[in-house]
Design a protein around this ligand. Structure first.
Ligand code: ATP
Ligand code: MG
Length: 472
């Protein structure tokens, strides 16, 4: 089987959707999902056995299409909006650094940094689209995007880059080679392309956390080793201090230019949401206060535009489920609670086993007392639960560390209190709703064998109106 070599403008390796947007042109072969949506070859006979389910689906579908103007993709993360309000300065700054590539010059290396959801990836996606449009001279031989959040080992990174430049199947780097060989193949393939390569390493801090800075050293050296190709590195990070963990030489090479993406405030988030809402919803569907509420919640959560969009999207889904004609501020409250519930579930799922049992002990004690619990009580309950699982309880000191971990995840709060005669203990309060966290942890495979019996068919309770601190 042969692969089609990437065209000069089709330059994204392992890219998320927004870097591949140019591929799904109208009239292109439908994706698997689109095939699934195609009408069945022989429709069921009216009045036949499928009538009820068909009517049921019709009613569900008709209720679902009222609010949206067209494609609901507009509210998804993968969508690249044509305007990025409040990122004009950053767009201009990135474009100014990269523009020399269009004239055949090597741009400086560039580092973009800022907290989550501040538009870093979106800005790069948009700059890339604009540069691709303007590169009539094909001065840019490749604009490679790699997300180091998923491709986070030196091997997979070098292999991904190498394979982006492989024009034929037999040039591709397989798994299982020695790292030196992969690196040499990558250099050879890159050099054969001739021109300027812009290499985007998104979530570069995760790569360094996982694998150290050795591979960045190799990449930052490329221009001294290649003959016909020059490489500009564009790192994206949301850890502002990550460069402190780099070797001084790599740091200075990567830091040639730096651009900060500050968090959005509530008013800026409103502008972002209004743009998207206008494209997504039919006129008059949004009640006053919806955009404002989504923006206010997301502004409290570090000014994260992703969060603001997720709230708006989920609020619309809540409204659809209610079969409402309009999206109201109450739908936003429900959406916020649902998002927090999802975060709690995810948080519980990723805890180490002992930590899960400890959290379960805290929840049970909390359920009984309905007020704060002390470390000592929790330890005893944890120890007996863990023994029922056939495990040895951890030392109280380790448990204390686990309590700090639960605290850093925003699940509990622990305050040191004096208990007379110089004794000190920690008082633990729950920072998430008991009604959602308890069933979530009881459903976990580690805890399930020691969990209290559940009523058959019981599902997770969703207490949409429970007050939750937005610390997660
Ligand atoms: N100024 C903006 N205008 C319109 N949409 C925006 C803007 N900033 C961010 N977004 C949208 O918010 C979402 C998150 O943005 P993006 O992925 O660029 O954030 P990020 O800074 O890369 O976050 P992370 O560090 O978590 O990767 C995307 O859907 C993006 O389109
Ligand atoms: Mg990003």
């Amino acid at each position: 089987m042969s692969t089609v070599p990437p065209t000069p403008l089709d330059r994204s390796a392992e890219a998320p959707d927004r870097f591949e947007a140019s591929r799904s042109a109208p009239g292109a072969t439908p994706s698997v999902d689109e095939h699934l949506l195609a009408p069945p070859a022989s429709p069921p006979t009216p009045g036949g056995p499928d009538r009820t389910s068909s009517a049921f689906f019709d009613s569900v579908l008709s209720a679902r299409t009222d609010l949206f103007r067209g494609s609901r993709e507009v509210l998804r993360e993968s969508y690249v909006p044509s305007r990025l309000p409040h990122r004009e300065e950053q767009l201009r700054a990135v474009a100014e650094v990269l523009a020399p590539a269009l004239e055949g010059h090597l741009p400086s290396n560039l580092l973009l940094y800022g907290k989550i959801g501040t538009g870093k990836t979106a800005v790069v996606a948009q700059v890339r689209q604009e540069m691709m449009k303007r590169d009539d001279r094909h001065a840019i031989s490749a604009f490679v995007y790699v997300n180091c959040g998923t491709i986070d080992t030196p091997y997979s990174l070098l292999q991904t880059i190498a394979n982006h430049f492989a024009a034929r199947d037999d040039e591709r780097v397989p798994t299982g080679w020695a790292l030196d060989r992969v690196e040499a193949a990558m250099r050879r393939l890159m050099d054969a392309r001739k021109g300027t390569v812009i290499l985007v390493l998104d979530e570069i801090d995760r790569l360094v956390d996982r694998s150290g800075d050795g591979v960045l050293y190799s990449l930052s050296q490329l221009n001294t080793q290649l003959e016909a190709t020059r490489v500009a590195l564009l790192g994206i990070s949301n850890d502002l201090k990550f460069t402190n963990r780099l070797d001084a030489r790599i740091r200075s090479r990567l830091n040639e230019e730096k651009i900060l993406f500050p968090p959005y405030d509530a008013l800026q988030l409103q502008d972002i949401l209004r743009d998207r809402a206008q494209a997504a919803f039919r006129d008059g569907v949004l009640e006053p206060g919806v955009v404002e509420r989504c923006a206010a919640y997301a502004a409290l959560e570090n000014g994260d535009a992703r969060r603001a969009l997720a709230l708006l999207r989920l609020a619309a889904e809540m409204a659809e489920r209610d079969r409402a004609k309009r999206i109201t501020p109450d739908h936003v409250v429900k959406a916020k609670n649902r998002l927090e519930q999802d975060i709690i579930l995810e948080c519980c799922r990723t805890l180490p086993s002992h930590c899960k049992v400890l959290l379960y002990a805290i929840l049970l004690a909390y359920e009984k007392r309905r007020s704060s619990v002390l470390t000592g009580e929790v330890y005893d309950s944890y120890a007996s639960l863990v023994r029922r699982l056939g495990l040895q309880p951890l030392h109280p000191r380790s448990i204390s560390n686990h309590i700090s971990e639960l605290e850093s995840l925003g699940l509990v709060r622990a305050t040191i209190v004096s208990k007379g005669r110089g004794g000190r203990t920690r008082e633990i309060t729950l920072d998430v709703p008991l009604s959602e966290t308890l069933p979530a942890i009881e459903d976990d495979p580690v805890v399930r064998p020691i969990a209290r019996p559940r009523v058959r068919g019981q599902t997770l309770l969703t207490n949409f109106d429970s007050p939750v601190r937005s610390t997660l």
